[in-house]
Write a protein that binds this ligand. Structure first.
Ligand code: DX5
Ligand code: ZN
Length: 213
């Protein structure tokens, strides 16, 4: 299992040292939550801070856009060259066009599904993306409770990936901890995002290791 700490739960007054600490503690990616105050009821950071975060990180960035009008926001992050740049399927009328645009800029496109959005909506997208991010909480805040319905969604997505010979990865985000990660692994998840579980622990290395099942 790859582990992507979400800096939403980090100490933003000490972002550089927080990012360096999770990188040293075994993070595989740094997950960055960009919220616009419209698509979700919270507002976080933009390209200036994401660029600063990149300078502090020794591992690639995984940028999760929780925004309306993703095609407008994508432009702001292309130059930063994250490993993954993902947007919500619920927010974009022309996801395939935006996916191609991200890929043509040398970045791995990811598509994100809210908890209620069915896996069937990916049927004609799955072969175009490098990662599908399944939300296991309603997006907007860290520290929420994991929604068990995502276990069956992960299995269904794994099946779709298998049937379509896709090579895309499955990432799960929200409420992930040392207790539910084994079930996610069995269901087929490749990457877990964890914010509060890692950053509220007093030993980042032990917390990250406990997710690497
Ligand atoms: C929620 C964000 C998540 C969040 C995860 O909207 O997309 O990435 O930071 O935080 P935890 O792990 O605390 O649920
Ligand atoms: Zn996220």
């Amino acid at each position: 299992m790859y582990v992507a700490p979400s800096i939403l739960s980090a100490d933003f007054a000490n972002l550089e040292s927080e990012i360096k600490a999770v990188c040293e503690a075994g993070a595989d990616l740094i997950h960055i939550d960009v919220m616009d105050g419209h698509f979700v009821p919270n507002l976080t950071i933009g390209p200036v801070v994401v660029n600063a975060a990149k300078k502090s990180s020794s591992v690639p960035l995984d940028v999760h856009l929780m925004v309306e009008n993703p095609s407008f926001f994508v432009e702001m992050f292309l130059g930063i060259k994250p490993k993954f740049l993902g947007f919500h399927i619920e927010a974009e009328n022309h996801p395939l066009r935006l996916i191609d645009h991200i890929r043509n800029n040398g970045i791995s496109p990811a598509i994100v599904l809210n908890p209620h959005t069915p896996i069937s909506s990916l049927k004609h997208i799955i072969n175009s993306v490098d990662m599908v991010l399944l939300m296991s909480v309603n997006p907007g805040f860290g520290g929420q409770k994991f929604m068990p319905i995502v276990i069956d969604k992960t299995k269904e997505l794994k099946e779709l990936i298998y049937k379509t010979n896709s090579i895309c990865m499955i990432e799960v985000d929200g409420g992930v901890n040392g207790l539910n990660v084994a079930e996610l692994d069995e269901a087929g998840a490749d990457i877990v995002v964890a914010g509060s579980y890692i950053f509220s622990s007093n030993d980042y290395e032990t917390a990250i290791r406990s997710l690497k099942v």
